[in-house]
Design a protein around this ligand. Structure first.
Ligand code: HEM
Length: 365
């Protein structure tokens, strides 16, 4: 006789969500307890939970993008995961409103009990930065020290490991470099594009030279700015000059990857580029989402502690504003529009190339 299995306990909501643990993890440090410290803890914990979810999504994206060949069908899922991250980011910014129902004076009631702990020690936030691909050379130092100097040995090891792994930026660069459409058989796209750009720039120069509303000084200033744009275009078509910019830290993507990103953006209406275009746009959105969060958080810090230093020992809101400017990842993608030309000026694709880029449905029979 086969033994009858004991009926499994029906799943209970409280147990499934481990609410015993979750709801007993809010322990204020102030004595007597400052009313707003509970809010302060809950908001930070909610942030950390969302950071966890973002890391979960990023790990899934990294696993797909780290493959030698990324199947087109996987890209739809990658974009969906990134869009989820973007939606969470909006929530993170809005969540600050809840914390701002606490006044600076109420914060002062328990702030000293927190020293030297600070969001600066948020390991999950640092992991997100590293997995996205924040360039370690761009990280701001505090009194000459690395961001890891305030962390436990275990956390330092975790972050150093994440710095050593290929980031999303690395994977995106390699994926772009593999774009097969950079050379179109017999059609020299880049020569045709440069000619179009040359004509556009000649028109722009003629406009500045003829503009009646400009005085001589104004015209000279505009022309100087114009020459800088021309120099930017020239570097974009000179692999060696581009490599110099990468070495100097003002560009990050390789020349080939940059050209592929430009191509995808310029010809994003072609069916084969629509998903890659949405992917690149999602990366820009994520960078913008964290930059928004950083600015918003810097304002929060300013209104809560004024010009004081942070509990973690930085200059406070000034450091946070500087981090918002410097700690960006996909800046080359943000700069792409510098190199855009109107659709009407784009070199038309030869029919055999256009055919390659479209999905065709054969007629039956
Ligand atoms: C009263 C509210 C808050 C104030 C006054 C505040 C203030 C600060 C300050 C001054 C810093 C710079 C480091 C330091 O010197 O301590 C900092 C860093 C940080 N805080 Fe907050 N913060 C607040 C709320 C939050 C919340 C709700 C989060 C969500 C997790 C958070 C996450 C962070 C992170 C991730 C950093 C590191 C930022 C970076 O280095 O780029 N903070 N905070």
């Amino acid at each position: 006789m086969t033994p009858v299995a004991a009926p499994a306990e029906p799943l209970y909501y409280w147990d499934y969500l481990r609410l015993d643990q979750l709801l007993s993890a809010q322990e204020p440090r102030s004595e007597p307890v400052a009313h707003d410290e509970v809010l302060f803890i809950v908001v930070h914990q909610a942030f950390e939970l969302w950071f966890k979810q973002i890391l979960f999504e990023l790990d899934a994206v990294l696993a797909v993008m780290g493959q030698d060949v990324v199947a087109e069908k996987d890209m739809g899922e990658v974009v969906a995961r990134l869009r989820r991250v973007i939606t969470i980011q909006r929530l993170l910014v809005d969540q600050i409103d809840v914390l701002e129902t606490m006044t600076p004076l109420d914060f002062l009631q328990f702030r000293d009990a927190l020293i030297p702990a600070s969001g600066f020690q948020s390991v999950q936030f640092r992991l997100i930065e590293n997995k996205l691909g924040l360039d370690p050379r761009h990280r701001l130092k505090i009194k000459g020290l690395s961001y890891t100097s305030v962390l436990s040995a275990e956390h330092v090891a975790r972050l150093e490991a994440s710095e050593a792994e290929p980031s999303l930026h690395d994977h995106v660069e390699r994926w772009l470099e593999r774009n097969p459409f950079l050379s179109f058989g017999g059609f020299d796209f880049w020569r045709a594009y440069r000619e179009s750009v040359g004509e556009m720039l000649a028109r722009d120069r003629a406009v500045i030279e003829a503009l009646p509303t400009l005085d001589e000084a104004g015209r000279a200033a505009q022309l100087r700015q114009f020459e800088a744009t021309v120099a930017g275009f020239e570097a974009a078509f000179d692999a060696e000059r581009w490599a110099e910019l990468v070495r100097g830290g003002s560009r990050r993507l390789s020349h080939r990857a940059f050209l592929a990103a430009l191509l995808i953006n310029l010809y994003r209406d072609e069916p084969i580029f629509q998903l890659p275009f949405r992917f690149l746009t999602a990366l820009v959105d994520i960078d913008e989402g964290f930059t928004n969060w950083r600015h918003r958080h810097a304002l929060l810090a300013h209104r809560m502690i004024g010009g004081r230093i942070g509990t973690g020992g930085t200059s406070g809101h000034e450091y946070l504003e500087a981090a918002a400017r410097h700690h960006r990842v996909f800046t080359d993608l943000f700069d792409l529009p510098t190199f855009f030309i109107p659709r009407s000026a784009l070199p038309p694709l030869p029919p055999e190339v256009a055919e390659h880029m479209g999905f065709r449905y054969g007629s039956p029979g």
